[in-house]
Design a binder for this molecule. Structure first.
Ligand SMILES: O=C(O)c1cc(=O)[nH]c(=O)n1[C@@H]1O[C@H](COP(=O)(O)O)[C@@H](O)[C@H]1O
Length: 237
């Protein structure tokens, strides 16, 4: 499992959201040394499969495999066992899958031994605002729901929590310093939020207590992705 990051660049996780493995590997090469981890998510994994993880891992940076698993415990445990073979450093499940599912994911990850992936529990997607969440039947708003799901996930064996920057401070208060917080929904000042609804700047997320920042388009959509990553790292002081 990756150690908690100790430098600004190590805090950055770049999301390689493309269906094109050649573009993903070019980005990973360009960003070598500028970020701590590279994220392979659904778009790339569905298009290119496990070889995407293997080819990107071969470039050196640890891989965050973001499959957001959410199914019955037996099925998720099987998917985690399959993912173990890919050597990812981090792997996501949806906290809303419940205690048994999260616990099954953790047990399955442990079969990989010391090199096992961190199991990260995704709480409330950063693309959802309070009204979107209410429309799914969840009353109380994102902060309350993130706190509820994060507590459940940690008690069930999750190694870290994925949340928006808006919930980082209340989660730190509730969970203490020991639980790694991995935070997407990051936008440098003035950047287009796109489909993200609960956002903050990199510096604000760090000041609130985030460990890792997950950033896609503000880096990958830049004319010079390495320069964009360097500028974000510099803004973290
Ligand atoms: O699990 C994630 O990484 C994730 C959770 C979440 O709630 N919101 C979220 O945006 N993400 C991922 O973080 C990345 C954010 O990308 P950008 O919006 O382009 O910076 C995407 O790859 C998303 O899949």
């Amino acid at each position: 499992m990756p150690a908690r990051p100790s430098s600004p660049a190590a805090r950055l996780i770049v999301a390689l959201d493309t269906a094109d493995l050649a573009r993903a590997t070019a980005l990973a090469r360009a960003l070598a040394g500028e970020v701590g981890l590279v994220k392979v998510g659904l778009e790339l994994f569905v298009a290119e499969g496990p070889r995407a993880v293997a080819e990107i891992a071969a470039l050196g940076a640890p891989v965050f495999l973001d499959l957001k698993l959410h199914d019955i415990p037996n099925t998720v445990a099987g998917a985690v066992r399959s993912a173990n073979a890919l050597g990812a450093a981090m792997l996501t499940v949806h906290a809303a899958g419940g205690a048994e599912m999260i616990s099954a994911a953790r047990s399955a990850a442990e079969a990989a031994g010391a090199a096992r992936p961190m199991i990260l529990a995704v709480t409330v997607l950063t693309s959802l605002g309070a009204a979107d969440l209410a429309a799914t039947g969840v009353a109380g708003g994102p902060v309350q729901q993130v706190l509820r799901l994060a507590r459940l996930a940690v008690e069930s064996g999750a190694d870290g929590i994925v949340c928006s920057p808006r919930e980082v401070a209340p989660l730190r208060d509730a969970l203490g310093p020991g639980v790694p917080l991995i935070v997407p929904g990051i936008r440098p000042a003035g950047a287009d939020a796109g489909d993200q609804k609960r956002v903050m700047t990199p510096a604000e997320a760090l000041a609130a207590g985030a460990d890792w920042l997950v950033i896609g388009r503000p880096i990958t959509g830049a004319a010079d992705p390495a320069a964009a990553a360097r500028a974000i790292a510099a803004s973290l002081g």
